[in-house]
Write a protein that binds this ligand. Structure first.
Ligand code: ADE
Ligand code: ZN
Length: 338
């Protein structure tokens, strides 16, 4: 391979963008210990035992199994101080790992067990972003299976803070049990209010779930990877310019694919789909964004221009303001200068 085609070393990249990153799935062991200590919550002192509590193991065979890991990290996100610290520490850690901009998502309705309102939870998370000094915004998750009134409250909260640190809404949780179509009215309200949204779709459920998300007005798709099962859907996504937030290791953990070589990265890229590379729940999966890029580069023998496309597409697909996008694109140009 000529030098100008050689892929970059992921450890050299500091211009990465993570568009699909759940706060509760991203608490490192160090962050967990800090949050537990400040709130008097007991956690195992043994590191392996703590990792067993946080990470999925060989007993995880589906998204439903995967989602059982979230009760513990959520228990650490029930106070304003806890949320602020969790977000600050997360952003500082991932910035050290090459992430220059992140859209951190969380469900404010899952942080109300000790009396916080959804607005309180969002304000605490925004304070964490400000303290970190790392460019980032929040995506607020509505939850599948939740009380509809509580989800409507999340939509209202997103509208209230939109453009002030909140950039979009999402729908998270068990996709196969609670299909996207059940939330058409909720997201019609988001549209009326002018709040953009990305929806988890085509992860635990098939390509029709992605089509439903498109019909509902999603401007990005969380995962969307199973779009490749429908011969016409990749071209539709490409034609409409709707980006996919791919999260490869997450899809291996939930057994959407048996191994990375079966991952349809090239099929989607070749169809002209805008694909972005993300972590989803790095602490639960035991990954980082650099690791995701490394695995894809190695498995698919990605060239430098292909990595450049992935990095640039992530920036362009983000909800970052135009001036920040420009600066991030310039950093990619610099980092990939052959
Ligand atoms: N919440 C956290 N991770 C998730 C995922 N991969 N799918 C749906 N909901 C989630
Ligand atoms: Zn997700």
């Amino acid at each position: 391979m000529r030098k100008r085609d050689l892929p970059p070393r992921p450890e050299d990249l500091d211009c990465l963008v993570d568009l699909h990153l759940h706060l509760d799935g991203a608490l490192s062991p160090a962050n967990v210990r800090a949050l537990a200590a400040m709130q008097g919550i007991p956690v195992p002192s043994d590191e392996d035992e703590l990792l067993r509590l946080l990470r999925v193991d060989e007993n995880c065979h589906s998204l439903n199994d995967f989602l059982t890991k979230f009760a513990f990290p959520c228990s650490l996100l029930q106070t304003a101080d806890g949320l602020r610290t969790a977000v600050r520490n997360l952003l500082c850690e991932i910035n050290e790992q090459g992430v220059a901009y992140a859209e951190v998502r969380f469900a404010p309705q899952l942080s109300t067990e000790k009396g916080l309102s959804q607005d309180n939870a969002v304000e605490a998370a925004l304070a964490g972003i400000a303290e970190s000094g790392v460019p980032a915004q929040l995506i607020l998750c509505c939850m599948r299976g939740a009380d509809p009134e509580v989800n409507r409250e999340t939509v209202k909260t997103a509208k209230k803070y939109l453009g002030r640190g909140v950039c979009a809404l999402d729908l998270a949780g068990a996709e196969a049990l609670f299909p996207n179509a059940d939330y058409a009215e909720l997201f019609a309200e988001a549209r009326r209010l002018g709040v953009p949204f990305t929806l988890h779709a085509g992860e635990a459920d098939g390509p029709d779930s992605v089509r439903t998300a498109l019909d509902m007005g999603a401007c990005r798709i969380g995962h969307g990877v199973r779009a490749y099962e429908d011969p016409d859907l990749p071209a539709l996504l490409a034609g409409r310019g709707i980006p996919l937030e791919l999260c490869p290791t997450s899809n291996l953990c939930t057994e959407v694919f048996p191994d990375l070589s079966a991952y349809p990265l090239r099929a989607l890229m070749d169809a002209g789909v805008t694909v972005t590379v993300n972590t989803d729940d790095p602490s639960i999966e035991g990954t980082t964004l650099r690791t995701e890029y490394r695995r894809l580069i190695e498995t698919f023998a990605l060239t430098r221009p292909e990595v450049r496309r992935l990095l640039n597409d992530a920036i362009r697909a983000s909800f970052a303001p135009a001036d920040l996008k420009k600066r991030l694109l310039a950093r990619v140009r610099e980092a990939l200068r052959a």
